[in-house]
Every structure is written in C-alpha cells, then in structure tokens.
Design a protein around this ligand. Structure first.
Ligand code: AMP
Ligand code: GLY
Length: 423
C-alpha cells in the first residue's frame, strides 16, 4: 500500500516511523514532511492545508491510504474532499472534526449527552464574560473557542488574571477569529491524562494511557505550550481509569456524535482529569495527540497500517502493547512558547545512537547540519522495563543532545514517580 501522511511535526514523524515498519507498506509519502521525516518517507512539497494539490497528488501516486496528522486540515474538511473523490483517508470529516474545531460544539455535545466535563458558559460579549468571571471568582479557566495550538487557554489564579486573558482574547484578538467566542470554565482539580482511541461509529478501541506536561517550566509552572514531554503508562491513576473513561466518556461520545448526525471515524483524543468524582473532559481533539503519539506508538506492537485499515473497514483492530514504559522529553527553543529564534545550530544530534528514538518537530538541515526551525524542536523517547528507567534514559540522551539556545524539562514524568522535588 502506498501511504500519504499529511503534516510535518513530531507526531507525523512518529506516524511515518511506525508505518514504515508495516509489512504491507509500499512507499510512504509525507506532505510537506521535514528533513527528518525524509529519512523514513518521501517528502513532497505540498502544504498540509492545500486540499486540491493533495488530492491531485494522491491520485497521481495511486495512494491507497492518506493519514491526516494536524487538526487544521481536518477542521477545514480534508476528509470530505478526499472522500468526494473516492480516495481512502483516515480521519474525521469536517462536521465530526468540530469536536475539536469548536469548543462551544464540544461543550454542547457534552452537556446534551451527559458526558462529564467542567461547568462552563460561552460568551461573545466581553462585558458579559467579565461579569460572569467576577461572579464565579477564581481559580477559573478562560479558553478561546477556536484553534489556538494549545495556547488559547489560561488557568487563572485570580479574577484579575482571568480578566486580562479575556481582554487579550476578545479585545486584542491575540488568537484572531479563534477568540470571537470564549468559553469560561470551572477549574477542575486532579490528575490529568490523555486517552486516544480509534473510533468508527459507535465502536471505540482505546490506545494506552499517557500524560502530557503542557506547562513550559519545571513543576508544571509557567505558560501552556503544545506539550513539553509525555510518558506512558500513567501509574498514579487508579487501575480502572481506562475502563471508566471508556464507559463514561469515549463510548457515550461516539454515540452522541452518531445521534448528532456526525458519526466519528478516525482517532479521537480526550484530554481528561481524574477528579474526586471520576474522569472529566478538558478537551477533545480530532487527531493524534502531540507529543503523546511519540510515546504511545513506540509501545504499539501491532501493525499500525493494518490497524487503521481495520478501523476504516469497520473491523475490530488487533492492538497489542509492549509492557515497557516510554518517556519522551521535548527539546524546545529558548523563549518558547513566547518568541524564539530559529536557525539555532543543533551540533549534538549525532551523539544519539540509532537505537534511540528521536522525533523531530521543528528542525531543518543546513549544509548537512541540523538547525532548529520551531518552538518545539524534537522529542527524545526511551523505552524501558520501568518508567523510572525510561525517564532516566531519556534525560541522559537529551542532556547530550541539548545545546545553547535550547531548553527542556528535566522533570518529565515526576508525577508518576511521586517526587516532591519540583512540587
Ligand atoms: P486545553 O487546551 O483545553 O487542553 O487546556 C490546556 C490545559 O489547561 C490543560 O491541559 C489543563 O492543564 C488546563 N485546563 C484546561 N481546562 C481546565 C479546567 N477546567 N480545569 C483545570 N485545568 C484546566
Ligand atoms: N498534547 C495535547 C494535544 O495534542 O493537543
């Protein structure tokens, strides 16, 4: 089978890396891919949102399956476009992708179908939003409604901070039209975790649990980022966490999407919090998590291409998991998630042996050497029989890989180890 992966980040690098291991795969293409992805796939210079060119390419190369990495093309209707041409593609269509594309829709869905989530209210009027925040008090959570690359959320410790966030989103339009509507949410306390599942209609097949560290700095402090590292499994959760989240959240959500006339097909990601009353939804995403995918796929023993085909064909996929734990640490550009420089030399990447998993998110090759090309540069992933060993190994590798102008969190996974060190 010829496969096309749409995207260029660490998640897509991990997808291509895993797909290339399939016995059934012919050529893997990636659009636009990256210099690192070019080591496992044939890269094609087509932007990930250029539906017309991607469809033409898929026809030209007789692509048997296209896999969409990022949310934007899904939310824009890439799947509808491919399906209209009779091309096979993995991901939700435009209407189903709204589960991520519009927080207001996701909240409507959860309220209507009793899927546990934080109490909330949506606003398009700034003064009303401010009045609501003042009434509810802090801590409180402010979210831009549309897509903001994981950065449109403020967990405000005070009313003043919440009002500042409303001003940034609604008055200063920091996230553009994504901030025309805001969602103001109850603060949920508890352990956060990510559950990804393959979904086709009402059938839901879970992947193993993982946890992402979204804040920029040690001890989960500082601004939200796209993710500074992740690990799997998440041993501090109760043993029944996955089953409970499936029964209370994933399966009802799949049924709710059918009831809404938007049956879901693809990978559904739930960002969850284990509260004193069980799991609640923070957000849904209509695609693989980043960086969770980079620590979950290394644990998947089954053939990912076969799994995706089975899901698309309405069959139950065989999902076998490696018992080993995986820890992934992100190397980021200094300044991220604020402003940062690109083109920082990364002279130490060759320090890493070929056994180590390294998924590139924002790098480029210049004169045969690697340079940074984004806020998140790459992720180093280590598998080991225990999480503690995986964490240690990943730290040892990233310490060798890092260089001036970069930073990483050396406490990825600390919540699992129950270390008070950074708390
Ligand atoms: P989101 O982009 O919606 O996933 O939010 C980014 C991060 O903000 C989450 O990963 C949580 O750490 C935090 N967050 C979002 N909503 C809430 C909430 N209602 N209560 C507590 N923390 C939240
Ligand atoms: N790691 C969070 C996300 O993929 O949105």
């Amino acid at each position: 089978m010829n496969v096309l992966v749409i995207g260029k980040g660490g998640r897509e690098h991990a997808l291509a890396w895993k797909l290339v291991q399939s016995d059934q795969v012919g050529t893997i293409y990636a659009a636009p891919g990256s210099a690192a992805i070019a080591e496992v796939a044939v890269t094609v210079d087509i932007a990930e949102t250029d539906g017309e060119a991607l469809v033409a390419f898929a026809k030209d190369k007789a692509i048997d399956l296209t896999i969409v990495g990022p949310e934007q093309p899904l939310v824009d209707g890439m799947v509808d476009r491919f399906e209209a041409e009779g091309l096979k593609i993995f991901g939700p269509n435009r209407q189903a992708a709204e589960i991520e594309g519009s927080k207001a829709f996701a909240k409507y869905l959860m309220a209507t179908y009793d899927i546990p989530t934080a109490d909330h209210q949506s606003f398009t009027d700034y003064d009303e939003a401010v009045a609501y925040v003042e009434e509810k008090g802090a801590p409180i959570v402010i979210k831009a409604d549309g897509l903001a690359s994981g950065k449109g959320v403020t967990v405000a410790a005070s009313v003043a901070e919440a009002v500042d966030a409303l001003t940034e989103i609604m008055k200063d339009a920091r996230f553009g039209a994504a901030g025309d509507q805001v969602v103001v949410e109850e603060f949920l306390a508890g352990e956060e975790f990510s559950l990804m599942a393959f979904v086709n209609g009402e059938n839901v097949y879970p992947l193993v649990l993982s946890q992402d560290h979204k804040r920029a700095f040690l001890g989960d402090k500082g601004p939200n980022t796209g993710g500074m590292g992740a690990y799997s499994p998440v041993p501090q959760l109760p043993d029944d966490a996955l089953l409970t989240a499936m029964v209370n959240i994933m399966e009802p959500t799949a049924r709710a999407m059918i009831a809404e006339g938007r049956p879901y097909c693809g990978l559904l990601y739930a960002g969850l919090i284990w509260t004193s009353t069980g799991p609640k939804v923070i957000e849904f995403n209509c695609r693989f998590g980043d960086p969770e995918t980079q620590v979950v796929l290394p644990r998947l023993k089954s053939d990912l291409l076969q799994v995706m085909n089975d899901v698309l064909n309405g069959q139950s996929p065989d999902l076998e998991w490696d018992e080993r734990a995986c820890c992934g640490i992100v190397l980021a550009s200094e300044g991220y998630p604020g402003s940062y420089e690109k083109g920082t030399p990364l002279p130490n990447l060759h320090e890493v042996d070929t056994q180590t998993l390294m998924f590139h998110a924002g790098t480029k090759q210049v004169d045969g050497g690697w340079q940074s090309d984004g806020g998140r540069i790459l992720l180093v992933a280590s598998l080991a029989s225990h999480l503690e060993a995986a964490i240690d190994q990943a730290n040892q590798v990233i310490e060798r890989v890092q260089s001036d102008g970069t930073f990483y969190r050396e406490d990825i996974g600390y919540r699992a180890l129950n270390k008070a060190k950074y708390a």
